[in-house]
Write a protein that binds this ligand. Structure first.
Ligand code: RTP
Ligand code: MG
Length: 143
């Protein structure tokens, strides 16, 4: 199995619910290591750039507004099959369809405010990590 890195966001709704620690615990229990982390409040330009692939979608404006509505935690997770592992513990995009015990089932209320983001492929993970973190901010484990 390959050791991968993925990019993750604890979205504004989950930060507002005060469940950053609960979500980080789920990453750790799944064997994912947090190798970079910070709190930011995204600007409109930052959110638009991050979600550029969705620019033409009808929900784009609402998505950018939500993602800039409050602070978020951004992090890099490392582990075996980290991209798929993280998406599995997040659950489906729509929390109504998310399996019980997933982050979105437990902490999200709607597809618009769905608690977490996780990269969906190696290419997007690399792009998203570089979008928010410099090389110096990433701290691979030494023990
Ligand atoms: P994410 O990128 O946030 O991890 O979520 P995802 O891959 O599961 O979903 P994606 O298709 O990439 O959509 C990005 C975010 O846009 C919002 N969305 N709203 N109203 C809608 O139909 C709709 N569809 C997507 C969600 O907040 C989703 O996480
Ligand atoms: Mg996505």
């Amino acid at each position: 199995m390959a050791i991968e890195r993925t990019f993750s966001i604890v979205k504004p709704d989950a930060v507002a619910k005060n469940v950053i620690g609960e979500i980080y615990t789920r990453f750790e229990r799944a064997g994912l290591k947090i190798i970079a982390s910070k709190m930011i409040h995204m600007s409109k330009e930052q959110a638009e750039g991050f979600y550029a692939e969705h620019k033409e979608r009808p929900f784009f404006g609402a998505l950018v507004e939500f993602m800039t509505s409050g602070p978020v935690m951004v992090q890099v997770l490392e582990g075996e099959n980290a991209i798929a592992a993280n998406r599995e513990i997040m659950g489906a995009t729509n929390p109504q369809e998310a399996l019980r015990g997933t982050i979105r089932a437990d902490y999200a209320v709607s597809v618009d405010e769905n608690a977490a983001h996780g990269s969906d492929a190696p290419e997007s993970a690399a792009r998203e990590i570089a979008y928010f973190f410099s090389d110096e901010e990433i701290c691979p484990r030494t023990r």
